[in-house]
Design a binder for this molecule. Structure first.
Ligand code: NAD
Ligand code: 6OD
Length: 486
């Protein structure tokens, strides 16, 4: 009998095994992490109906305080099993230990704590009005849960991005059916164990494993009893989901792709701008939706900046997380094929290769993984596909600019609008430029600094709606106005 781990679905408070399975592969060396039980249409149906029943059961009768207490227990239990979560996230992604220990898992727990606290301070507004008979009326706004929320998440920050949506959905009293990416099912399964352990009522949190089209993802979207859809992933997937959800007129919240600009002015603290750009281009092997793939540098410091970014990119230690690597592999060989196709295209489009561009050779089992070199290009025209399309790998194009108006125009000349980073020591300039960025978030002299109270999301192809703080509560609640005549 095989001793390989089996990752099960979690439906109505039960772990459910299926005959149909797919492999969870470690991208560091191509080894098998687990067999994953794939949910079929019937299982999706069972999960949705369990979630619907749970809305009317014990969960539906909980006060906000009771819900918040349970979500705090979820956060505590994630922290108690911190090492299990770290091991699982690394097995699925191969990302650097520092990133998983300091960002992915702590943020997974923090999401539950933050929304548990926030929901307890949610306003229930009351408006008194006058009436023709002089008696008046009171309008009370009551925040009700939406119902059954489908949460579909990607592989790049698996636990962080899934809990970013599960936490506010549960805090607001909804029930959820959750599908993690087929590439990263492990921490989602641990989260189901956590839900079970803390006594989350049956049917409140349901986990379904599977793929997108003609699999669990599509079945969830099409299910008539799903009330709302919250999705993080590629813009093209968002378009498909929106079309499939259209018949049910379901509310959607979409966090999608990006082709983010970093702008470095000559007056910036040079070393900080370089260090920040190394982080914003190469973190998580470039697989963060907020990563900078277009870097614009003021002409007077352009050559110096390119040399310095190159030197720093070449210092990045690529390899196994347990050997202290700074950068792990791409998520899969399939994704590496996509990134490599852009590496070839860039040369065809006229790029000058500053560094990288290849698959590294290790001479050990990492050669079975999906590693790729940190890569920098210059000299591409602004309309090159490599400057327009999201690549989602450790790569950027750097180009010079001469003035503010020019760089604002270039940064905004994108079908995407997720994030930007501006490096300058002139705060008037920072204010002026950041306000003109067509994005959801613009950092000045930093990158990926997050306050969970702030709205998060994108414009254009980068998304629909905002989550974060009150914006999440707004999406996951259905306000009911009760007008009482006196
Ligand atoms: P993806 O769109 O391929 O997959 C995301 C999820 O959608 C997976 O769980 C997948 O199984 C599911 N899915 C795919 N097709 C589906 C369908 N037809 N119906 C229902 N579900 C379907 O994205 P990915 O490759 O996992 O993630 C990388 C992408 O996500 C990048 O484009 C990145 O920019 C984006 N992203 C955006 C944000 C943000 O906050 N804006 C955050 C992280 C990642
Ligand atoms: O920090 C967050 O809340 C968030 N949603 C980050 C998204 C990162 C994209 O890869």
């Amino acid at each position: 009998m095989s001793s390989v781990k089996i990752l099960k679905n979690y439906i109505d408070g039960q772990f459910v095994e299926t005959k149909m399975t797919f492999d969870d592969i470690n991208p560091v060396d191509g080894s098998l992490v687990a067999h994953v039980c794939e949910a079929d249409k019937e299982l999706v149906d069972r999960a949705v109906l369990a979630a619907k029943r749970a809305l009317k059961g014990e969960w539906g009768s909980y006060s906000v305080t009771q819900r918040a207490k349970l979500l705090h227990n979820v956060a505590n239990e994630i922290e108690r099993r911190f090492d299990d979560f770290v091991t699982a996230e690394i097995a699925d992604t191969g990302k650097a230990y520092d990133q998983v220990k300091n960002i992915d898992i702590p943020r997974g727990a923090a999401n539950f704590r933050f929304f548990a606290d926030l929901v307890q301070n949610q306003d229930e507004k009351i408006f008194e009005m006058t009436t023709a008979d002089g008696c008046g009326a009171t309008n009370q706004i009551v925040n009700k849960p939406l119902g059954v929320v489908a949460v579909i998440s990607p592989w790049n920050l698996p636990l962080l991005l899934m809990t970013w949506k599960v936490s506010p959905a549960l805090a607001c009293g909804n029930t959820v059916i959750v599908k993690p990416s087929e590439e990263t099912p492990f921490t989602a399964t641990l989260l189901a164990e956590v839900m079970d352990k803390v006594g989350m009522p049956k049917g409140v949190f349901n986990l379904l494993h599977g793929f997108g089209p003609k699999s669990a993802g599509a079945y969830m979207i099409e299910h008539p009893e799903v009330t709302a859809i919250t999705f993080t992933g590629e813009s093209d997937t968002g378009k498909t989901i929106m079309k499939n959800a259209a018949d049910g007129l379901k509310p959607v919240s979409f966090e999608l792709g990006g082709k983010n600009a970093a702008i470095v002015f000559a007056d910036a603290d040079f070393d900080k701008a370089v260090a920040g750009t190394v982080r914003s281009v190469f973190s998580n092997c470039g697989q963060v939706c907020l990563c900078s793939e277009r870097v614009y540098v003021e002409r007077s410091i352009f050559d110096k900046f390119v040399v310095s970014l190159k030197e720093n990119a070449e210092k990045i230690k690529i390899g196994k997380p347990e050997e202290g690597a700074d950068m792990g592999p791409l998520i899969s060989k399939k994704h590496r094929e996509k990134v490599l196709s852009y590496f070839s295209l860039a040369l065809t489009e006229g790029a000058k290769l500053v560094t990288g561009g290849k698959v590294p050779v290790f001479g050990n089992d990492c050669d079975n993984g999906s590693f790729i070199e940190p890569t920098i290009w210059t000299d591409l025209p602004e309309d090159a596909r490599c400057v327009k399309e999201e690549i989602f790998g450790p790569v950027c194009h750097i180009s010079p600019f001469d003035n503010e108006d020019e760089v604002i125009m270039k940064a905004n000349n994108s079908d995407y609008g997720l994030a930007a980073a501006i490096w300058t020591s002139d705060m008037d300039k920072a204010n002026r430029v950041s306000r003109q960025m067509e994005v959801g978030i613009c950092w000045v002299n930093d990158w990926f600094l997050r306050d969970l109270r702030t709205p998060f999301g994108g414009v254009k192809l980068s998304g629909i709606g905002r989550e974060g703080g009150a914006h999440s509560l707004e999406f996951y609640c259905e306000p009911l106005t009760i007008c009482i005549k006196h």
